[in-house]
Design a protein around this ligand. Sequence first.
Ligand code: IPM
Ligand code: MG
Length: 363
Amino acid sequence: MSYKIGIIRGDGIGPEIISEAQKVLEAAAVRFGLEFEYTEILMGGASIDVTGLPLTDEAIEAAEGCDAVLMGSIGGNTSTSPWYKLPPDKRPEAGLLKLRKSLGLFANMRPAYLYDQLREACPLRDEIIGDGFDLVVMRELTGGLYFGERKTFEEEGLRKAVDTLSYREDEIRRIAIRGFDIAMKRRKKVTSVDKANVLDSSRLWRQVVNEVAQDYPEVELEHMLVDNCAMQLVRDPRQFDVILTENMFGDILSDEASMVTGSIGMLSSASLREGSFGLYEPSHGSAPDIAGKNIANPIATILSASMMLRYSLNLDQAADAIDAAVEKVLADGYRTLDIMSDGMTRLGTCEMGDRIAECIQLG
Ligand code: IPM
Ligand code: MG
């Protein structure tokens, strides 16, 4: 069976981590008799350098023509890169926002899981970690502040800027349904996060989430204010299963959730819509400072590739094999720099990809 995979290498460490993910995909292809056909798609700074735009219409069309898209990372150093001298809508990040919006990828799933082998990387105290935590942030991705009307202007001689946070009930309902569906496959708890003590958009969010909850009697639902949630994530992350939240809160909380695992270089993410198509990318950024040095951790991208096999291509067996290979390599004591600890064997980006691919081949 042949599958069409869009590949966005992007900027910074993007190209090198994508190469490792492809190496691992090829190992899975050989073992399970699959065929992956790759389409290279330009986005971010890499696209600006070639086309002058962070994402062209052709690139969107190419992505649409694939079964799923795997992305590395985009963006450069915001103080030194010439990309950040361009107007905001021409910068690398604008490409990613446009891709999410054009493809209607409204549901962003970001798992934050503490690998047992990486406990020592977790910045939380042992009694807080307990027997570990495993949560997923379900972030609304095509609405809210990111896509509301914005402008900067002058009023009575003073500069003023406005961003608009708006949500329509159908936008809330569809992400809530996704959150509850995922909870049904996990520990059946949803924490819906908002700022309902201040914002109208949050009060509507809460109402709609309550309505959706009626269809999921087995799922325990709680509402939590976003400031409290930020605190609870470091105080007791074990209380969370699915965190369901709007775009901006989800951006912030997902970084926090990944950092408490101590290994942001390990965390994958999926951006989904109705149907099987999805965009898969590591939760971390493009780390321009370490680009090209063969020290970046490719595991988040490799696990994103595994998520892609599972959620878009329905290849659970191959996805399981990738996940198991990652666990095995960690259990064997191999680490990249970011997760290195005493007594472990340090590997470069490329060698880590080799080990994982090898593990898949051996079965
Ligand atoms: C993320 C990133 C993006 C976002 C940026 C690069 C626009 O921080 O995927 O979390 O804010 O959504
Ligand atoms: Mg972010």
